[in-house]
Ligand binder design. Structure first.
Ligand SMILES: *[C@@H]1O[C@H](CO)[C@@H](O)[C@H](O)[C@H]1NC(C)=O
Ligand SMILES: *[C@@H]1O[C@H](CO)[C@@H](O)[C@H](O)[C@H]1NC(C)=O
Ligand SMILES: *[C@@H]1O[C@H](CO)[C@@H](O)[C@H](O)[C@H]1NC(C)=O
Length: 545
């Protein structure tokens, strides 16, 4: 009789062997310098720091599309349960619950996606810590907003069942591990497409290629991937948390070179490029970055990727962590462990210093799909325009008919008051006699809203000082013509400015009034403000070189 324990061991060994076969080491070509000299410099499009992750990302609360044992919580629930936190040094923390036995859909956790969409560009994540623990499945990735897998997916940092390092509280709470050397320590960067798409087998990388077919409909949606090998320190989970994290960068360059390239520098690396290390850098250029860890070259299917949102999530078990749970040495069943051992999840958190995106234009991509709100706005706008056009046409037809009728009527009786839009004014004109008018004033002024003050009977040729007319007059002076108040042009309303002097003062006012500046996007404004006033470097002092 074979004990179940031995069977699991055998299975684990088998998986280890098959995975080492799948990930045959690719020969790393020596650096070809010409390859790295002609790359274009990209401009900062977005920088997310601290509170930006709360304001510029949406919190996803639906059931996990990957069948995880997780309860994604809203922004307000996450805040009140302290599952998200912006620390005093602007570090952004998002974590899973590690104090309660899970109920319902699963363990409380966070999934956020950027409000902006991006296409080709450089994405740089500066993080201190990523989630680890048996059953964890965290990912930092970009994905099409609607209609997946059409539009594609790029997994920058993803894995399952990473473990805290031995000695930590979370590790000690994870009793029953069958083999502590099996947890994932190498990141797998991957692409998923809707169409058949073969990884072109990039040789310029330090990682090793795994499955070459990117189609989500092949190999159970494993995607085409590259395992990022760093035998010294690891590229995923416990080992990188132990050195204070580092920088993950993804260069999406589908249009130019037909590929997506992923780089990783641990916090302790002596080779971090300055434009990666310094979060205040306004431009970036990958020319100085050396060979990527993962070269996902897909020249034949660059059209499979549209504009993407950036996503951080942490789920449990499900399609990936559930399927690989036992083989990584984790105890019992995944769901049972995640439900019942909250203390084992005290290291199930992201700690992020900043996330930056650089693009050619220095702007996010314009959305490939419009949001529902935008579509509603456009429909309302078009309907309103049609209604207005209809009314204008109706008005035109009516007034033309009236004019024709008036012409006929006035030909018969020249004293008749014509009907039309100005009938009202024309019929009221004689109401105020010319005797109440100050010199230089006509009935036209009265119709423009000026009212006589009543008691004034102006002397011949001279006003008696003081304001004859109401509020629309300004100016000073007494006696003589200088006391004739000139209209304050700032209070004039265009359609009333009929006589030539008023018309010219109106147009002068219009020309001199400053053009309206569109309200600046608050994030851009804040980013610009930060640029001018560099804040202190983020994170602890240990890694600032
Ligand atoms: C744990 O797994 C590793 C990798 O498969 C293997 O080399 C090692 O012998 C295993 N240790 C034990 C105690 O089973
Ligand atoms: C990726 O690999 C392809 C194919 O080997 C190569 O042409 C390209 O230069 C590599 N890209 C980078 C950024 O190293
Ligand atoms: C591994 O980490 C050590 C310090 O923990 C560091 O000195 C070394 O450069 C790292 N190795 C690599 C390949 O980054």
């Amino acid at each position: 009789m074979t004990s179940p324990f031995v069977t699991i061991r055998a299975l684990a060994a088998l998986l280890a062997i098959s995975s080492s076969l799948t990930y045959a080491q690719t020969t790393t070509a020596s650096a070809d310098t010409t390859r790295y000299t002609s790359r274009s410099t990209l401009k900062l499009a977005r920088r997310y720091v601290g509170q930006d992750f709360m304001n510029q990302f949406d919190f996803f609360t639906d059931d996990d599309p990957t069948q995880g044992f997780v309860n994604y919580v809203s922004k307000s629930d996450a805040s009140s349960a302290s599952l998200v936190d912006v620390q005093s040094d602007n570090t952004f923390i998002m974590r899973a619950d590690s104090s309660s036995i899970a109920t319902g859909r699963g363990r409380d956790s966070i999934r956020i996606s950027s409000k902006d969409k991006f296409a080709d560009g450089v994405y740089i994540l500066d993080m201190n810590h990523m989630p680890v623990g048996c059953g964890t499945w965290p990912a930092f990735w970009t994905v099409t907003k609607d209609g997946w897998p059409v539009g594609g997916e790029i997994d920058i940092l993803e894995g399952a069942n990473g473990l805290p390092l031995p000695g930590s509280a979370a590790f000690e709470a994870t009793t029953g591990l069958s083999n502590t050397s099996l947890p994932q320590i190498a990141n797998v960067a991957a692409l998923h497409t809707s169409q058949t798409c073969d990884l072109a087998g990039g040789t310029y990388m330090s990682g090793s290629q795994g499955i070459a077919q990117c189609s989500a409909y092949v190999s159970g949606n494993t995607g085409c991937g590259v395992r990022m090998t760093d035998p010294g320190n690891g590229t995923y989970g416990g080992p990188i948390n132990a050195v204070g994290g580092g920088w993950y960068a993804m260069w999406r360059d589908l249009k130019n070179s037909g590929g997506v390239y992923v780089y990783f520098w641990p916090r302790t690396s002596p080779n971090v490029p300055e434009d990666v290390r310094n979060f205040n850098t306004a431009t970036t250029n990958t020319a100085g970055w050396g060979i990527p860890a993962a070269n996902l070259s897909v020249p034949s299917c660059t059209g499979d990727f549209n504009n993407h949102v950036i996503v951080f999530d942490l789920t449990f078990c499900g399609d990936y962590a559930g399927a690989t749970y036992a083989s990584t040495g984790c105890p019992g069943s995944c769901q049972n462990f995640v439900r019942n051992f909250p203390a084992a999840f005290s290291e199930a958190y992201w700690s992020v210093n900043s996330l930056r995106v650089y693009t050619t234009s220095g702007k996010p991509a314009s959305g490939s799909g419009l949001s529902t709100g935008a579509i509603v706005g456009i429909v309302v706008g078009v309907v309103a325009a049609l209604v207005i056009a209809g009314l204008v046409f109706w008005r035109y037809k009516t007034s033309r008919r009236r004019r024709q009728e008036n012409q006929i009527m006035m030909a018969d009786d020249p004293s008749a008051i014509p009907e039309g839009p100005y009938t009202f004014l024309a019929s009221r004109k004689p109401r105020l006699g010319p005797t109440t008018l100050a010199p230089g004033r006509t009935a036209r002024h009265l119709l423009d809203g000026e009212t006589p003050s009543g008691s004034v009977t102006p002397a011949k040729g001279q006003p008696s000082g003081g304001g004859i007319y109401g509020q629309s007059l300004s100016g000073s002076g007494s006696g003589s013509d200088a006391s004739i108040k000139v209209p304050d042009t700032s209070t004039f309303i265009a359609p009333h400015a009929r006589d030539s002097s008023m018309r010219s003062s109106f147009s002068a006012t219009a020309q001199s009034s400053p053009a309206k500046t569109p309200a600046k996007n608050s994030f851009v404004a804040r980013a610009a403000a930060k640029e001018q006033t560099p804040t202190k470097p983020l994170g602890g002092s240990s890694w600032i070189g």
